[in-house]
Design a protein around this ligand. Structure first.
Ligand code: NAD
Length: 429
């Protein structure tokens, strides 16, 4: 109740302020060195480019593109590119910082970055989308690079977009340099240097973590029910991978509508429909369409937000009717929403742990490109599970050590790791 009143009266914090609130909480707990704290509270580089593209009509439109490089103490900058009208400096800055924490928790040698273009790709033809992607890549120029900053897919971008980025970047290289630059981007199609298992990797990682959490909580995945928000790459892969395990998908929402069936929705058939039409609307299955508030109060064992930020808030958290939230999306829970979930005893597996499968397999793709290797799916999946289990154990141990929630514990793991590296290397000059 108190939190709802707070949301009504206090101005909403922006996304990066939310990141800092959580960062400060963990930094206070571990008494993070103040000099390192001030470095990590800021991004290293923030690039904004305005670039022109000729549309099919012959008219020229100027687009706004972003790349924010938060930190590279652990290795090259790494993070996805998002094509969405809501992309702006504040959002990209938050997403870039989350990448720094995520790669530190996952124990992979990358820093954090994020980028995107502020536009709605659904309003453009495929050839326009290709020209927009290529012109943006050209505008980024040397600000990305295989050993410097490596983009990957995110909301409304996919393997095809990564292939265009790769081709554009390589076209700007001298011919004899091209072959050693294919790791400038990850999440590529397999024949263009992508990795087995990358497309499903974020969803696969979420499912691995659900199973690790279930093992610790005596929870039976095979008789469980759940609902998913967002049915794109991440949401649909989680559902496709959970289906054979017996978990029942009782509701789904995407940007077009929300649908529910307490007896279960067919994840494979729904994926085929979305692949053919771009949205869940019009799916030929057995279900009722419901409004957003009804969707958010779906009764189930767990909820998987796999769409955008700020979905679990002071307004929606009181209505969630689940035992646990697995954050497949980045930033789906704001601090007020998180406080309410804690008060209500609802567990949260935080985004910076829960959706790290994507960047982990991106790292495997990068390694394969550097070594001109192709790994079998079994090897990729096995190495992913090993990395995630290690990260999960570290976060669980930190939650026990500080008697704190798992989000704070995940930040603790990340900040300790970064602090150790800064202390070893010192601050230049
Ligand atoms: P996507 O573009 O493939 O799918 C996004 C989905 O969200 C679509 O189904 C879309 O309709 C839905 N959506 C958009 N706005 C919505 C709204 N207002 N309400 C309900 N649904 C809405 O994107 P994705 O790659 O699956 O990414 C989803 C989330 O996962 C994002 O937060 C992203 O940052 C995060 N993530 C993605 C990856 C990856 O490898 N793709 C890795 C880590 C984290």
């Amino acid at each position: 109740m108190a939190a709802t009143a707070l949301a009504a009266t206090a101005p909403k914090k922006n996304l990066y302020e939310n990141v800092l609130e959580r960062f400060d909480r963990a930094a206070d707990l571990i008494k993070l060195d103040p000099n390192i704290r001030v470095i990590l509270a800021n991004s290293n580089n923030e690039l904004k480019v305005n670039f022109p593209v000729k549309l099919d009509s012959g008219k020229v439109e100027v687009f706004k593109g972003y790349r924010i490089q938060h930190n590279n103490a652990l290795g090259p900058y790494k993070g996805g590119l998002r094509f969405h009208p809501a992309v702006n400096t504040d959002e990209v800055r938050a997403l870039a910082a989350w990448m720094t924490w995520k790669t530190a928790i996952a124990g992979i040698p990358y820093g954090g970055a994020k980028g995107g273009i502020q536009f709605d790709p659904f309003n453009y033809s495929d050839s326009e989308l290709e020209r927009i992607t290529r012109r943006f890549t050209f505008a980024l120029g040397d600000n990305i690079g295989p050993e410097y900053d490596i983009p990957a897919p995110d909301v409304n971008t996919n393997a095809q977009i990564m292939a265009w980025i790769l081709d554009t970047y390589l076209s700007t290289m001298p011919p004899h340099e091209r072959q050693r630059c294919t790791h400038v981007v990850t999440g590529k199609p397999i024949l263009s240097g992508g990795s087995e298992g990358r497309e499903k990797a974020t969803g696969q990682g979420v499912v691995n973590l659900i199973e690790l959490w279930a093992r610790d909580h005596d929870f039976a995945v095979n008789t469980s029910t759940y609902f998913v928000q967002g049915y794109g790459n991440v949401g649909s892969w989680v559902a496709r991978l959970l289906e054979p395990k017996g978990a029942v998908l009782v509701a789904v929402e995407d940007a077009s509508c929300a649908i529910t069936n307490p007896n279960g929705l067919d994840a494979q058939a729904l994926t085929k429909h979305v692949e053919a039409t771009g949205a869940i609307k019009g799916f030929a299955g057995n279900y009722s369409e419901v409004d957003h508030a009804t969707f958010m109060s779906t009764q189930a064992d767990f909820f998987i937000p796999a769409a955008l930020e700020g979905q679990i808030t002071a307004e929606t958290a009181p209505d969630l009717n689940v035992k646990v939230v697995f954050e497949a999306a980045n930033g789906p829970t704001d601090p007020d929403g998180g406080r309410i979930l804690r008060e209500r005893g609802i567990d949260v597996l935080p985004d910076i742990l829960c959706n790290s499968g994507g960047v982990i397999v991106s790292y495997f793709e990068w390694l394969q490109n550097k070594r001109s290797e192709f790994w079998e799916l079994e090897k990729v999946d096995g190495k992913l599970l090993a990395k995630l289990s290690h990260a999960y154990d570290n976060v669980r141990a930190a939650a026990g050590e500080f008697d704190c929630d798992w989000r704070t514990a995940a930040y603790v793991v990340a900040l300790r790791h970064l602090e150790r590296v800064y202390k070893e290397r010192g601050i230049f000059p």
